[in-house]
Design a binder for this molecule. Structure first.
Ligand SMILES: C=C(O[C@@H]1C=C(C(=O)O)C=C[C@H]1O)C(=O)O
Length: 359
């Protein structure tokens, strides 16, 4: 039997399976549309339900496709089903090709429309003004810590956190031409990327190369594309958009370099079964204050996944605390801890409760 005739029965099987998958996907989309009609003019996107769908798919999966791969495929199917109800518009810190845009696509899939903004401030404002449905904003990086500007914005925004995205960050060294390092005057990157790659930069570049911080990695790529005597540290997506050569790949100092983003919108999310709650807490300036802020969570057996202090913009040497806890704000245990916390704190703001990232 020739090779081709051995392939034939498998190809016929695949053709028949593809038809079934196609019919089933359209069947699924019809149900999503029916749900959309029942929701009327209300909120169509339900992050808790989407997280449950993805978790269930991972649990049901028996391979050979990996859990992550099937979850990614279902993320895209849900994205298209949601777009049949109504496509979502997502604001992000641009320009095109930033990690924030990648995070938005990872969370909402490719059927969502993404709107590029110049700053994190502007991306939140767009949603506050209802010109976009949701915003994806970076909050912390595993190497460099918190993104201060986002945290500051969380204090005052009326938006609610309704999701989180966790994205592995790979940085590449990019140039318009593969020329010698001696013909290099400047390397552009976002300040966080410069910090995340500082060992690589020190080891590989001459001291004469200036490190210039710009507003985003995509902006760095855009600038590097205009001048062969410059380089950029940026993502694969930015390399493709600005047609740059990859001179060195994965130059981040920490191999597990990961950034966490929050998704914010106008809705409160109901419990999904595996949730987190983000809080901003103002502590009074007195002895034992920090202990009193933490104690209610210990008392109720609630685990903290983040604890960060930043200077309060209102009073010198006063601090606000950014606390993430396991559990949903509607859980009894969390409610009890918040009641105790409110007795101790100057203010407690619930930024939102949302499903733990599945992908
Ligand atoms: C279909 C629904 O609407 C949207 C689409 C979903 C899906 O395709 O599974 C899940 C949640 C919603 O974001 C729903 O609410 O169940």
């Amino acid at each position: 039997m020739s090779d081709d005739s051995k392939l034939l029965p498998h190809r016929q099987a695949i053709d028949s399976i593809d038809k079934q998958i196609l019919d089933l996907m359209n069947e699924r989309a019809k149900h999503a549309r029916a749900i959309g009609e029942l929701k009327g003019t209300g909120v169509v996107y339900r992050p808790e339900r989407e997280a449950q769908v993805l978790r269930r798919i991972k649990d049901l999966n028996i391979g050979p496709l990996p859990d992550e791969a099937v979850a990614r495929l279902f993320r895209e199917i849900m994205s298209e089903c949601l777009a049949v109800e109504r496509p979502l518009t997502i604001a992000y810190l641009g320009p095109e090709g930033t990690f924030t845009q990648l995070a938005a696509m990872k969370h909402f899939g490719h059927a969502a429309h993404t709107v590029s903004c110049l700053t994190v401030d502007e991306s939140l404002r767009l949603v506050e003004a209802r010109q976009a449905d949701y915003v994806v904003a970076p909050v912390e990086n595993s190497t460099e810590g918190s993104v201060g500007r986002t945290l500051d914005l969380l204090v005052a925004t009326p938006l609610q956190a309704c999701g989180e995205v966790v994205l592995r960050i790979h940085h590449h060294f990019l140039r318009s031409q593969a020329v010698d390092f001696s013909e290099l005057d400047m390397v552009y990157a976002h300040a966080q990327a410069l910090a995340q790659c500082q060992h690589w930069l020190t080891k590989h570049l001459p001291d004469t190369v200036k490190r210039v911080a710009v507003s985003s990695n995509a902006e760095a790529a855009r600038l590097a594309a205009q001048n062969p005597r410059t380089a950029a540290i940026a993502s694969q997506a930015a390399a493709e958009i600005y047609a740059l050569n990859k001179i060195a790949s994965n130059i981040e100092d920490e191999p597990n370099n990961t950034t966490r983003f929050l998704v914010l919108g106008h809705q409160e999310t109901t419990p999904s079964g595996q949730d987190k709650t983000s809080l901003v807490v103002g502590a009074p300036h007195r002895v034992g204050s920090l202990h009193n802020i933490i104690a209610p969570f210990m008392q109720m057996g609630i685990s903290m996944t983040k604890f960060e202090s930043r200077p309060s913009k209102a009073n010198l040497w006063e601090y606000v605390f950014f606390i993430d806890i396991e559990g949903h704000v509607l859980d009894e245990k969390v409610q009890a801890a918040l009641t105790l916390l409110r007795e101790q704190a100057v203010f407690v703001k619930v930024v939102g409760a949302y499903p733990v990232a599945v992908l």
